[in-house]
Design a protein around this ligand. Structure first.
Ligand SMILES: Nc1ncnc2c1ncn2[C@@H]1O[C@H](COP(=O)(O)OP(=O)(O)OP(=O)(O)O)[C@@H](O)[C@H]1O
Ligand SMILES: [Mg+2]
Length: 283
């Protein structure tokens, strides 16, 4: 079964609408309740998360936006199981989770590809722990490299690729494990605007084609508006979600200039106002 047919089966085969926009169901695929995390260091105590709740629906694209240090990465790491919470619970498809979830994949801001491995072997990295044969891993990695337009670089070392291409290998590596939920922590933060916009369009395409559920961290309000169904706004010290904004703009959004839409301008100023009120501006 290919990734695409699996994605269709997963959401009842009704994921893709005429223009590739996703159909969502009301069932939350992922729920986070009462999540708390405090960090203690010699110098200070930081309440990174203070009773954070979040329900993410199947096939949804949700962004986490807020000033630096408000707990976005901490929440994402706790969702994935990379970090332990002090209190709170998380469920995936109604099942409580403990430890690292094999059903989720994480795209880090700093992709850290292994320089001694080919692009193909980097894309296959997450599959090794899953007990897959070498042949199967290579086929799976090739499939995702094709999706991100890098099949012809499969045999190359990663350092021969541009920053944007390396970031796409990072996305391919996460997609290769066919995650139910894809977690992306400022994946395009280090890229120039042009590459960043190209990758935003690519991820929007992949999201609608594969019917994925994505939780996406960004400082860029326009990026969040372009990509998201909903945007969770954070405020710092203590880190908490203070509002969730519905992005009621038609899809597919790559077919028009989203930023120029009056509704997008309204949403943007509402979000900026909210963030200013919390005394923290996105960088
Ligand atoms: N391992 C740690 N030890 C101590 N403090 C930490 C640790 N990890 C995070 N923190 C603190 O917790 C708070 C939240 O950090 P986090 O990385 O989640 O913020 P963020 O919203 O992702 O910020 P940014 O937008 O800059 O990436 C910050 O004050 C940070 O200094
Ligand atoms: Mg962060």
């Amino acid at each position: 079964m290919t990734y695409e047919s699996q994605a269709d089966a997963r959401i009842g085969g009704s994921t893709t609408m005429e223009h590739g926009a996703s159909v969502q169901t009301d069932r939350p695929i992922l729920e986070v309740k009462g999540m708390c995390k405090t960090f203690f260091t010699k110098e200070r105590t930081v309440i990174a998360l203070d009773h954070v709740d979040l329900a993410v629906h199947q096939g949804e694209f949700i962004s986490l936006v807020g000033p630096s240090g408000c707990g976005k990465t901490t929440l994402l790491r706790i969702i994935d199981g990379l970090e332990l919470a002090d209190a709170g619970e998380r469920t995936l498809e109604g099942v409580p989770l403990s430890g690292i979830s094999q059903d989720m994949a994480y795209v880090f801001q700093d992709i850290n590809l292994l320089p001694w491995r080919s692009v193909l072997d980097n894309a296959a990295l997450g599959l090794e722990a899953r007990g897959m044969s070498k042949q199967e891993r290579r086929e799976r990695a090739m499939e995702v490299l094709e999706m991100v337009g890098l099949a012809s670089f499969a045999g190359s070392p990663p350092y021969t690729l541009s920053g944007g291409m390396q970031q796409r290998v990072g996305v391919a590596r996460a997609l290769a494990v066919r995650p139910k939920v894809l977690l992306m922590d400022e994946p395009f933060g280090q890229l120039d605007n042009f590459t960043r916009e190209a990758l935003q369009i690519e991820i929007a395409h992949l999201w609608s084609k594969l019917g994925m559920t994505i939780i996406f961290v960004t400082h860029d309000v326009d990026e969040a508006i372009f990509l998201s169904d909903r945007i969770a706004l954070f405020q710092p010290a203590p880190g908490r979600i203070t509002e969730v904004v519905n992005v009621d703009l038609p899809r597919p959004r790559m077919e028009y200039d989203v930023r120029a839409q009056p509704r997008a301008i309204e949403l943007r100023s509402h979000i900026m106002e909210h963030l200013r009120a919390g005394k923290g501006m996105p960088e």
